[in-house]
Design a protein. Structure first.
Length: 444
């Protein structure tokens, strides 16, 4: 039995925004057997772009029931059924958080008709509900209203189910083995995890993080940890003390890596053994001397406000790295600050060739563009993630609705939540941009 659900919400963030309309259609694999829809008073303002998108405003919901008043109905209709939605992570996430505010744990198996459609009917240019309905000639009335979208999703799901019941059943099979479930948590918690990019937390009885992880698929990454990576005895106390699991969906694998790194340095969970908070004091810098040669120098970060190529915790480690660079690439010792150690060496004869070689070496430690935004997937189908680098410095990340924010620089900057300056974050972005297969860079 399936509960096909659509929600309209006050904004695009499932972790903080509220339900303002919901529709539930119960489908038994052959026919619709029950329907329910209602406006919901979210008890908070509705974002302007949502009012424009849905046509729902505060005057329409002021006399509607609150979510608390319909919670029992939603629980009753979805109990024992598979939760189906077009982009299920958003609708399920918004309802899970609504129930969490009421002190109720909402756990349901989920199916996403976006993922099902991509798997079972490949070749479409877009898998948005509107485009799929147009391609498949499914009637869609009341677009961006809960009942209209839920009814169209039900017809889409019905067609997929009739044509490929076995493969759809395979999507709902339980793949969580009892052996990987920590003793103090319920198996349903693992089954409930989203298959999206994000950060996850193993929590103790005080809700303090014992371990923080990340992945482009939260569910698979977490189960892999429990079944393989935590097999050593060193992790036995961790497994025995996990009382709950929480997570934050980011949509973007890059944002998941950045958020996890930041959380690790702030919360210092005891079982992330390899995490060390490093105090960076020195950096590797370059300058052009009077003769036009490009020189390398180790300098104090406190006395130099430029972005260094590399950062170090001690002058000794900085010098060791610089010497290794010098020896590996046959750089001139006199231009690396080692005049006293190599008194007989002379400057290179070919200034331009030397500078060109050194710039090429140093380019691996710099972003291709000094100032840019990196746009990627967001937490819902109508949202994008954004990472900002300005003057080679990591500034932060955020999320925005592309339908309502054009790619002008100031609007994009307003989408960013500032983050602490972090050499680790800069390294993550550097590595990501080198192997990047998805996303868009907007340089300015």
């Amino acid at each position: 039995m399936f509960a096909i659900i659509d929600t309209e919400t006050t904004g695009g963030n499932p972790s903080k925004d509220k339900v303002m309309e919901i529709a539930i259609i119960i489908y038994d694999g052959e026919k619709v057997i029950e329907e329910y829809s209602t406006l919901v008073n979210p008890l908070e303002p509705i974002a302007p772009f949502i009012r424009s998108l849905t046509g729902i405003d505060e005057s329409m919901v002021k006399d509607a029931p609150t979510f608390e008043e319909i919670a029992d109905k939603v629980l009753e209709m979805t109990e024992g059924k598979i939760f189906v939605a077009h982009n299920v992570r958003f609708d399920y996430g918004i309802l899970r958080n609504e129930f969490q505010r009421l002190g109720i744990k909402f756990l349901r198996k989920q199916l996403c008709t976006v993922k099902l459609s991509r798997e079972l009917i490949p070749g479409h240019n877009s898998y948005s509900l509107g485009r799929l309905c147009k391609d498949l000639e499914i009637n869609l009335e009341g677009r961006h209203r809960a009942y209209g979208d839920a009814l169209a999703t039900a017809e889409l799901f019905g067609r997929l189910y009739v044509n490929d019941k076995d493969r759809i059943r395979a999507f709902t099979e339980d793949d969580v083995k009892d052996s990987v479930v920590p003793p103090l948590i319920k198996k349903e918690i693992l089954e409930d995890l989203p298959e999206e990019a994000g950060v996850f937390y193993f929590l103790d009885k005080e809700n303090t993080p014992l371990y923080i992880g990340k992945g482009k698929n939260i569910r698979k990454s977490l189960i892999r940890l429990l079944s393989k990576d935590f097999a050593s005895d060193a992790y036995n106390p961790l497994i025995e003390n996990i009382c709950d699991i929480s997570y934050e969906v980011t949509g973007s694998e890059l944002v998941a890596m950045l958020l996890a790194q930041e959380e690790l340095l702030i919360k210092r969970p005891p079982y992330n053994f390899t995490v060390r908070k490093t105090q960076y004091k020195y950096g590797l810098f370059s300058s052009v001397d009077e003769q036009g040669f490009l020189r390398l120098k180790i300098d104090s970060l406190a006395e130099n406000n430029r972005v260094p190529y590399l950062e170090f915790s001690s002058k000794r480690s900085a010098n060791n790295t610089l010497k290794k660079l010098m020896e590996t690439h046959q750089l001139c010792p006199l231009l690396c600050g080692y005049e006293n150690e190599y008194p007989d060496r002379k400057l290179p004869k070919a200034l331009d060739a030397y500078n060109f070689k050194l710039k090429k070496i140093l380019s691996r430690y710099l972003f291709k563009n000094d100032n840019f935004f990196l746009i990627g997937e967001g937490r819902s189908h109508h949202e994008h993630s954004i990472v900002w680098v300005d003057k080679q410095k990591y500034m932060g990340f955020g999320f925005f609705e592309p339908e309502y924010i054009e790619n002008d620089i100031e609007s994009l900057k307003e989408s960013i939540k500032p983050r602490p300056v972090s050499p680790e974050a800069r390294k993550i972005i550097l590595q990501y941009t080198r192997k990047r297969k998805k996303g868009e860079i907007i340089a300015y």
